[in-house]
Design a protein around this ligand. Structure first.
Ligand code: PGA
Length: 220
């Protein structure tokens, strides 16, 4: 059986102090993580700190970035490229609906990001909000996040999410892992992770509190 992938997306939240407190509170080493992999995607500013903590305390956590530049190294002010991320993370979220909506990221930009991420050995977690959206070649992990479920408390039904996950795998041959995202909480996570075609969850709001994220990891 594939590991369940439980991914925290902190979005544009947390200062260094808040990240320290979160990590102290998490107590992840006490949790049975058999068949589970836990990934934290903080803002770029916290990646270095978290990486050092994970190594020095031998924490069972992996890191992901929330975005990557669609350009390589060079004169692209404000951008963080895949070569730089490779030193810090294994995963990178690409195509989150908030980036599509607020930053005008379209299919061609996203395909470019995926291609650069893959060329550096990063694993993209590619977000789509319906089964018919395009998934660039080479993507193995897709997060299905229906727009009206993100940050609303109105999660999709597990049955609907399972149907979409199945369709995504049938349509895109290379996709072997589908995560569900959108108002995942400690009390609904297992309804999704018990589904045959759902291989994990992408958690936004509920990942900001260490205790609620830990409950999600335990219950998944
Ligand atoms: P949410 O966000 O868990 O707060 O709904 C999920 C996401 O946007 O990845």
């Amino acid at each position: 059986m594939e590991n369940l992938l439980i991914v925290a997306n902190w979005k544009s939240n947390k200062t260094l102090e808040e990240a320290k407190n979160w990590l102290e509170e998490l107590q992840i080493s006490d949790v049975d993580l058999e068949n589970k992999e836990v990934v934290v995607c903080p803002p770029f500013t916290l990646l270095n700190f978290l990486k050092d903590e994970i190594i020095s305390k031998n924490l069972p956590l992996n890191l992901g970035a929330q975005d990557v530049s669609s350009f390589g190294p060079g004169s692209y002010t404000g951008e963080v490229n895949a070569l730089q991320l490779k030193e810090l993370v294994r995963y990178v979220i690409i195509g989150h609906s908030e980036r599509r909506k607020n930053f005008g990221e379209d299919d061609s930009i996203l395909a470019q990001k995926v291609s650069l991420a893959l060329s550096q050995g990063l694993s993209p977690i590619f977000c789509i909000s319906s089964a018919d959206m395009s998934v660039p070649n080479g993507v193995k992990i897709v997060a299905y996040e229906p727009l009206d479920a993100i940050g609303t408390g109105n999660a999709d039904t597990p049955e609907d999410a399972e149907g979409v996950a199945k369709k995504i795998k049938e349509r895109s041959g290379g996709v072997s892992v589908v995560l569900y995202g959108g108002s995942v909480e400690a009390d609904n996570v297992v309804n999704f992770t018990k589904m045959e075609n759902i291989n994990g969850v992408l958690v936004g709001g509920a990942s900001l509190s260490a205790s609620s994220f830990l409950e999600i990891v335990k219950n998944a």
